[in-house]
Design a protein around this ligand. Structure first.
Ligand SMILES: [Zn+2]
Length: 152
């Protein structure tokens, strides 16, 4: 299975993954217990989600007597990175900077977070381009370049 396919993961499945990443090894009962206060899932719902995650290769399963133990088959940081990539794949390359700027404004940040952002921005200054190139299919964004292409 390709990495991208694995990451066709729903919000509900992501909730389950977070529990397994945190506990490192969990039974379906553990997962349901943690999510009880947040999600009003029936046991069957949670088990269905777990089953899908196993199918997708996101969870490994191991039999331990009568019960099954689940462990994460993918790294949490790597998964967050994939989520982030998926977000940026959905918008025009030209919109990425503005989107990041809005995300920063809308986030609660510590002084350390801001120091890190400043450091990263300082680094990016030396690599900045005159103009970010649009990566969209004509008709999927408002870029002038595309309108140009369509009209000539
Ligand atoms: Zn575009």
């Amino acid at each position: 299975m390709k990495m991208e396919d694995k990451f066709q993961i729903t919000d509900a499945e992501w909730e389950v993954m977070r529990v397994v990443w945190t506990l490192q090894q969990a039974t379906s009962k553990d997962i349901i217990e943690v999510l009880q206060s947040k999600k009003n899932w029936k046991q069957a719902t949670a088990k269905t989600l777990i089953g899908r995650l196993v199918q997708k290769g996101m969870l490994d399963t191991e039999k331990d007597g009568k019960r099954y133990l689940y462990t994460a088959a993918v790294d949490e940081n790597e998964s967050v990175k994939m989520l982030q990539d998926r977000l940026f794949e959905r918008i025009c390359n030209k919109e990425v900077g503005k989107t990041i700027a809005t995300m920063i404004l809308e986030s609660t940040l510590s002084h350390d977070d801001i120091k890190l952002l400043e450091k990263n921005l300082e680094m990016k200054k030396s690599q900045a381009v005159e103009e970010v190139k649009c990566n969209c299919v004509p008709g999927q964004c408002q870029c002038k370049g595309h309108l140009h292409q369509n009209h000539h």
